[in-house]
Design a protein around this ligand. Sequence first.
Ligand SMILES: Cc1cc2nc3c(=O)[nH]c(=O)nc-3n(C[C@H](O)[C@H](O)[C@H](O)COP(=O)(O)OP(=O)(O)OC[C@H]3O[C@@H](n4cnc5c(N)ncnc54)[C@H](O)[C@@H]3O)c2cc1C
Length: 653
Amino acid sequence: MKVNILGAGPAGLYLAILLKQSDRRHQVQVVERNAPDATFGFGVVFSEGSLDELERADYESYIAITESFASWNPLDVRYWGTLTRIRGNVFSGIARQELLRLLQDRADRLGVELVFEREVRSLDPYLDADLVVGADGANSLTRRTYADRFRPELGQHPAKYAWFGADFAFPVFTYIFKETRWGLFQAHCYPYAVDRSTMVVLISEATWRNAGLDEMSEQESLELTQAVFQDDLGEGRRMLGNRSLWINFPWISCASWHSGPVVIMGDAAHTAHFSIGSGTKLALEDAIALARALARWKDDREAALTEFEMERQPVVERLQEASRVSADYFASVQRYFRFQPPQFAYQLMTRTPRITHNNLTARDPQFVREFETWFAGGDGRLVAPPPAFTPLQLREVVLANRIVLTRTGQGAGLVVTSLVAVTPEGRIDPETVLVSDLAPSPTGRGRGGGEEVMISLGHAGARGAMRPRSLGLDLPLPEAERWPLVSASARAYAPWTPVPSEADPAPLIDQFVAAARRVRELGYRLLELDFSRGYLIDSFLLEDRLDFPLQLLEAVRDVWPADLPLGVACSSDSLEAVRAFKAAGVDLVRVLNGQRTWDARTEYGRMYGAAASDRVRNECGVQTIAFGQITTVDEVNTIVAAGRADLCMLDPL
Ligand SMILES: Cc1cc2nc3c(=O)[nH]c(=O)nc-3n(C[C@H](O)[C@H](O)[C@H](O)COP(=O)(O)OP(=O)(O)OC[C@H]3O[C@@H](n4cnc5c(N)ncnc54)[C@H](O)[C@@H]3O)c2cc1C
């Protein structure tokens, strides 16, 4: 087989090695624009487990690479002038130049034809081969040439970053967060040789402009950045530049990776944000999968390329998703700057759903034990409950644990009812409980058991007069059985639901106030007002009419005892509204984002509601309940400990 590979980065070189290794008769040529010893950038990092596949694929290059590794296990977080060390995170670093040199040597010895210093300007001269591989990086000419077939989606992360080096080895992987008069600077630093480290520095676009970096030369930018981190570098130590330009991270994904004899791989086909350190790993694993598929489907190139794509795309998509979460975390990390150092470090470690409380405990039991003690009140006890079982005080009410359920008698710290209608017209369906039919509080009658019940008062608005939910969502009752509907304006919730009339706000306030009084008389100590999911009050918020929900809230707060907590269920779409609710005396926000309009599409996934709760809690400074596919106590521990929520609704399985 004749193979032309464009680009001698990790992906192109490793594929050439694997093809030659599987069959020496293959004619493999790799064309690269740079000289063999040219290097842009410093070191690359591999996380634990990345290398098992390399060991199996080509033992010789695996040994050469791993012998050149700088490896370390702890990870340091420098924040507020403190240092938190977390163990059990095995990483290895290697100079990019060294990695490429080892791969070039191995390819050369196997008989790969390596052509350096040749810029590919058109693919035409290379199309005479059985296979043409675009391993030509993030700005791939191959991908651009076949854009109509690969259908790339390109984007940019809003933050700026630049890749620097340092003239010494940081002891371990180190995150540094530095507040300056221009804004936050963060550096992700890792050693890759005895006297060298990589420092990837991230800043927001605003910080970049405030500091004047948009107008500085490369040398001036290096000097300013070094001055910011000089304390962490240590006296006399320097940062190094090498085409260290401030850019936005490019998001790349493609609907297809092959067309006829042409296939793309590595950064040409997809990128994953460097904060999860996986770009080189993905490039090498692509090479392994492609070489394996070609060996299996010797006489059927189309089958081989299809198999390659089918095997790799889901893996890459998963990593891209985790890397997006990680990139967003670092872009909004300032939100957590009121956290104490242990919680800041915990939050950083668990920023993607891949690492949970259990997982972190396995990595560093001592860190987690000390964290749990701190979380439970920090009195230095050796044994503390895990975060999910740490009590929470809301005004005078103490919840026994952080778990929220919808049924009593199951051991939750808090039970939240379904919407309890303030009037018969406010019912969702005939089965909706009316406040006038509510039974007295089980806790109030002394049943207790540490389980508090929160009544969620609401009015269904345009989503009322539906058939019971068990028959389907938003299916109107037959006309004869319907009751009159009201909403912020005379607009139906969905094209197939009845048009409501415009609500008169004044009597509604009286109805909510009377209902709140009744809830208190029945002995309940927690009350929530449902401002979510397109129901009546949310229909005002959807029209940016915050005044009425606020008046209603203030009127209820006035009659609800000052020593008892008041909650609101609402979406995270308007942080301004949440801040106003908090100022009006709300203690707890249940963040519910779905169903605000009939055609809203929620991205469902594991713990999908945690990010929205995090935004509300940490941008508005209010306690929250997270909701959305939280199914294990381990997940509750993780969300609560990381400060993404104060309570979690556990999904019944
Ligand atoms: C700031 C930063 C930090 C990173 N840190 C890490 C890390 O810690 N760990 C990690 O695993 N990954 C890291 N990466 C990602 C990593 O560098 C890439 O994901 C990886 O190099 C992809 O390999 P590749 O072979 O697909 O592409 P590349 O390494 O980009 O190689 C493509 C090659 O093609 C050549 N080429 C392109 N066009 C042409 C042309 N027209 N003619 C001839 N030659 C051409 C280029 O010169 C280049 O040598 C980082 C990236 C950045 C930007």
